[in-house]
Design a protein around this ligand. Structure first.
Ligand code: SF4
Length: 384
């Protein structure tokens, strides 16, 4: 009962559930988390924009220009360093790519352009942004990084920006939920999962504020400084259904293996037997660049960073392994090598899961971006 009361669903958790209920369930099992460069970059850019919108400009000369570039970069650098630390503290992480900082700067500039656009200013060089202009943007900012929660606490989300829409006379005409996105901009229209996420923000806001003006939610894609409207009906009823279906349970939720779930980004394959059976059945196991596999390690040469492994296939749908006798040479480098060696130092002996390895070649390659984990599938009963 206590557990149940604490259960709340965010848009990203809902999306995970819609992609594959088992993926959602696994994500709640306190398994070792995975960090990624794209997510860290996005968080640093978000946080720096939020900081910039909250910067104290009291007492500054309104006509002062040539200030924002330095401030913005100092804030970004601070957030970047914080994210780097979090990234390295996350148990599963690839190599940190310092050269991505330039991309973060570009994305931050894209976000500033969209804020300028919100007050009707386009194409202004950032060194010409005055204190007065930034104060105007700040004055239209109702909330920054606000937590949105339904009154019953069941649905929640983290809202990047809530801005006031005003007409030419300065009169409030509506609220704008702007969600900063540092990923690839949409082609034609928002992806359904992003549209759903934005509508969830919109609808929680409306349900909590009976007297709210019209609310529009937009995805703000910093890469191209393009704004995309969320459109569609209220999603709260469907969100509550998902909340109900995702209540904490000892028994794993059903898997929906397939190309769009397992073939996309699922961080929990080392604990799921279903992608493995699905791949084996459709004969795509151990095929392709960035493929996943389960192997038994027979020999490892630390000096040359090469191993001889035996390919395994599923013996049943519990995740038990059937060695095939098919031997492979594998090279390990970067984080892939470090993690394998740590695993061997820990005395690991059983089968090993290799995630996103390059298998389209004579000698497989396990590089810095790969997962190397003990194969520890959780069967459908939940009891390993
Ligand atoms: S590997 Fe596939 S079936 Fe298993 S949890 Fe992930 S998406 Fe679902």
């Amino acid at each position: 009962m206590v557990e149940e009361r604490k259960h709340s669903l965010s848009p990203s958790a809902w999306n995970r559930y819609e992609t594959c209920p088992r993926m959602y369930w696994l994500s709640r099992q306190r398994l070792p988390r995975k960090a990624g460069m794209a997510a860290s970059l996005g968080t640093a850019v978000h946080a720096s924009i939020e900081d910039l919108l909250q910067i104290d400009l009291a007492g500054r000369e309104p006509a002062e220009s040539n200030w924002i570039l330095g401030e913005a970069d100092a804030l970004l650098r601070k957030r970047w360093e914080e994210e780097k630390q979090i990234f390295h503290d996350t148990p599963r992480h690839p190599n940190w790519k310092e050269d991505k900082y330039r991309e973060a700067q570009k994305q931050q500039k894209g976000a500033i352009n969209m804020l300028l656009d919100h007050v009707g200013v386009q194409g202004l060089a950032h060194d010409r942004i005055t204190i007065a202009l930034w104060k105007k943007i700040q004055s239209l900012t109702i909330a920054v990084e606000g937590e949105l929660v339904t009154k019953d606490g069941h649905l929640m989300g983290r809202l990047d920006l809530l801005l006031a829409d005003v007409d030419d006379s300065g009169k409030l005409t509506g609220w704008l939920v702007a969600d900063l996105k540092t990923g690839k901009p949409p082609q034609g229209k928002l992806k359904p999962e992003v549209n759903r996420q934005l509508r969830m923000y919109r609808d929680i806001l409306l349900s909590n504020n009976e007297k709210a003006p019209p609310v529009q939610a937009q995805g703000w894609y910093t890469d191209t400084s393009s704004k995309w409207d969320a459109v569609g009906d209220n999603v709260l009823e469907a969100a509550y259904e998902a909340w109900d279906a995702t209540k904490p349970s000892e028994t794993p939720l059903d898997p929906t293996p397939g190309q769009s779930s397992c073939g996309g980004f699922c961080d929990w394959k080392a604990w799921c037997p279903h992608w493995w059976n699905w791949r084996h059945q459709n004969k795509s196991l151990h095929k392709g660049d960035f493929a996943d596999g389960v192997v038994i390690l027979h020999q490892y040469d630390e000096g040359r960073s090469t191993a001889t492994v035996e390919e395994c296939v599923p013996r049943n749908d519990l995740g038990d392994v059937e060695p095939t006798g098919q031997m492979r040479n594998v090279t390990f480098d970067g984080r892939g090598k470090e993690v394998l060696e740590a695993l061997l130092d820990d005395g690991h002996q059983g089968p090993i899961f290799l995630g996103s390895a390059m298998m389209n070649r004579e000698v497989w390659r396990v590089g810095p971006w790969c997962d190397v984990l003990p194969w520890a599938p959780i069967p459908d009963s939940g009891k390993p």
